[in-house]
Design a protein around this ligand. Structure first.
Ligand code: PMP
Ligand code: GLN
Length: 387
């Protein structure tokens, strides 16, 4: 007799698929232009790819150290020092992870007890909700409201309770593209200090800033000692499949995150670590990547506007948000489900990033980390919608 498949644990109810994988599969099945999942269709620098090949041929193919290879930990510490004047000890305060995804998971599993509350910005990246649930914790959301996406201090105060353990901040932000201002981050910092909260920051889009300035929360007074700062090579080097990320934090916090990482993936891709260490040390790509993406942001935002969409132009990241209500559509999820059939384009309904479905009902997220031709093709197809 066949064994009954085990049910999902109650903590994982509602997390059985990711919208990104689902929408990419739909794009493939319908031969649509995929402006859904955020991955570039042009790889990052050839020289960085060559360094990974070199590392494989040089024999860096067995388990690397669990903390990450020393060269990459030193390179990450050097990057934090040069870019933000933040000092981390590469031995005890830097951990290499399998992308930012693992760093977020390990941080939440390591730092939260069942029953704790995690405060996060809404809309939120999907893995934050799933990992908070896996840790047995509860999410409390602070709304960022379309189209300005500003953080209202009163909303943050309302989300903090005696059970709050940590605040999870993502800036530049997915899906909105908002780069939080120093004033907003100062509010977050003041509440963390006042209530003695930990902070976890997801800064994967740190170098993809088109307007404004990326301010790491850890640089604000009182924050370095209570913050786990997370980033990744995926977005900076347009190599999202390599899955090399990192976390920086004071030794006691980092030690806890390392303990969790140890039993999630144990170690992360050896040859890629060598290539990214060289890229962070020798390359200047991180200073150029925003300049390559800004024209694509403008191309997509201008094109959607010309078609009649109401567009919130992002300050950073990979995505433009539109309110499809302006074109008479009442539901973004229905709009996105019908879009491949109507004109061969895939986008993501922003409602999947909300607890409050009403708040995001007519919002749709479009990825612009694509080539000029692909964006042109998508805009041409979309013109059928409004013709
Ligand atoms: N955080 C955010 C906000 C993201 O948008 C993404 C990926 N798109 C990740 C984390 C995952 O990063 P990685 O691929 O390095 O795991
Ligand atoms: N973060 C990317 C996005 O927002 C996708 C990564 C993933 O598929 N998990 O589209």
């Amino acid at each position: 007799m066949a064994r009954r498949a085990p049910d999902l644990s109650s903590r994982l109810q509602g997390f059985s698929t990711t919208i990104f994988a689902e929408m990419s599969a739909l794009a493939e099945a319908t031969r649509s232009v995929n402006l859904g999942q955020g991955f570039p269709d042009v790889d990052g620098p050839d020289e960085v790819k060559q360094w990974a090949v070199d590392a494989i041929l040089a024999g860096h193919n067995q388990y690397p150290p669990g903390r990450g290879i020393p060269e990459l930990r030193r390179a990450v510490a050097g990057h934090e020092r040069r870019c933000y004047d933040l000092e981390y000890d590469p031995e005890e305060e830097v951990l290499v992870t399998s992308g930012a995804t693992e760093a977020v998971a390990a941080a939440l599993l390591a730092l939260c007890e069942p029953g704790d509350e995690v405060v996060m910005l809404e809309p939120y990246y999907d893995s934050y909700a799933a990992c908070t649930a896996m840790a047995g914790a509860t999410r409390r959301v602070v709304p960022l409201r379309y189209p300005d996406w500003r953080l209202d201090p009163a909303d943050l105060d309302a989300a903090i309770t005696p059970r709050t353990r940590l605040v999870l901040v993502n800036s530049p932000h997915n899906p909105t593209g908002r780069v939080l201002g120093r004033d907003e981050l100062e509010v977050v910092a003041s509440r963390c200090v006042e209530h003695d909260l930990l902070a976890v920051t997801d800064e994967v889009y740190e170098h993809l800033v088109y307007e404004g300035e990326h301010v790491p929360l850890a640089t604000l007074p009182g924050m370095r000692e209570r913050t786990v700062t997370i980033s990744s090579a995926g977005k900076t080097y347009a190599l999202t499949g390599w899955k090399i990320g990192w976390a920086c934090a004071p030794a006691p916090l980092l030690g806890a995150v390392r303990t969790a990482k140890q039993f999630l993936t144990y170690v992360s891709g050896a040859p890629f670590q060598h290539a990214i260490a060289r890229a962070l040390d020798d390359g200047d790509w991180h200073e150029r990547v925003a300049a390559t993406l800004r024209p694509r942001r403008d191309q997509l935002a201008d094109g959607l506007e010309a078609l009649g969409f109401e567009v919130a132009r992002p300050q950073g990241g990979y995505f433009v948000t539109t309110d499809v209500g302006s074109l008479g559509f009442r539901d973004g999820a229905q709009f996105c489900a019908a879009l491949p059939g109507r004109c061969g384009v895939v986008a993501i309904p922003s409602s999947v990033f909300y607890d409050d479905a009403e708040a995001g009902r007519t919002l749709v997220r479009w990825a612009f980390c694509k080539s000029e031709q692909v964006i042109d093709d998508a805009l041409g197809r979309l013109s059928a919608l409004t013709a």
